[in-house]
Design a protein around this ligand. Structure first.
Ligand code: PGA
Length: 249
């Protein structure tokens, strides 16, 4: 059975006061939504604060990144075990900002995915094409390459322990959302690709859409057959918008 998700990616935003205010405005309403898994991914230093505030609400907490290494001399890095130890359940892996700004390639992303699974975290694997790649009509090849790197690393059965988020790079933070039909078409392809290797994985995998999801477009996106929720950046910092998005799911 596919689970519905709404995942908030706060990126590098917030501070103790703003976080507390935002969560206070959100929790009374969204913690009652039992059919959807809601995950908040704050910046790493605020994970303990957010865990504390959300204790007992059923809302889960995730990290935005992790190291592919387990321990040792890796200054500034955070391991999967540390996140697990804090109480995180989820972690974003391969977000396009990590890929493009911090040079994370498919291989490193696959290693991070495996590190998360090994520690008992649920990795949320982000895939997506750039505008140039879409214009060159190679969207499906790009997504297939990104997915295959992870499948080769962990195997088709274990990829199902994670979640996949399709985020067209040209739609992230730009206000330009993929149309529901454009998003559905890629989600369908992703499910087909998984299905060629294991039909049960294709059937059960939660596929989220991300990229300028807003209160106004969430319901239509989430209504598509192969879209099981969303990964929300900008709109997750606005309590009203995020509540509406959670309800839409
Ligand atoms: P956006 O970001 O909703 O602000 O476009 C989505 C994301 O980067 O996950």
């Amino acid at each position: 059975m596919k689970k519905k998700f709404v995942v908030a990616n706060w990126k590098m935003n917030g501070d103790s006061r703003a976080n507390a205010e935002l969560l206070a405005a959100l929790t009374p309403e969204i913690c009652g939504l039992e059919e959807v898994n809601i995950v908040i991914c704050p910046p790493a230093p605020y994970i303990p604060q957010v865990l504390d505030i959300l204790a007992g609400t059923g809302i889960k907490v995730g990290a935005q990144n992790l190291s592919h290494e387990t321990k040792g001399a890796f200054t500034g890095e955070i391991s999967a075990n540390m996140l697990k130890d804090l109480g995180c359940r989820y972690v974003l892996v391969g977000h396009s900002e990590r890929r493009s700004l911090y040079g994370e390639n498919d291989e490193l992303v696959a290693e991070k995915f495996e590190a998360a699974l090994s520690a008992g975290l649920v990795p949320i694997l982000c895939v997506g094409e750039s505008l140039e790649e879409r214009k060159s009509l190679i969207t499906h090849q790009v997504i297939a390459r990104q997915l295959q790197a992870v499948i080769e690393k962990v195997g088709i059965q274990r990829i199902a322990e994670g979640v996949i988020a399709y985020e067209p790079v040209w739609a992230i933070g730009t206000g330009e959302t993929a149309t529901p039909a454009q998003a559905q078409a890629v989600h369908f392809e992703i499910r087909k690709l998984l299905g060629k290797q294991a039909t049960s994985v294709a059937r059960n995998m939660s596929l989220l859409y991300g990229g300028s999801v807003r209160a106004e477009n969430a319901a239509e996106l989430f209504a598509q057959a192969d879209i099981d929720g969303g990964l929300i950046g900008g709109a997750s910092l606005d309590a009203d918008a995020f509540r509406t998005i959670c309800r839409s799911a």
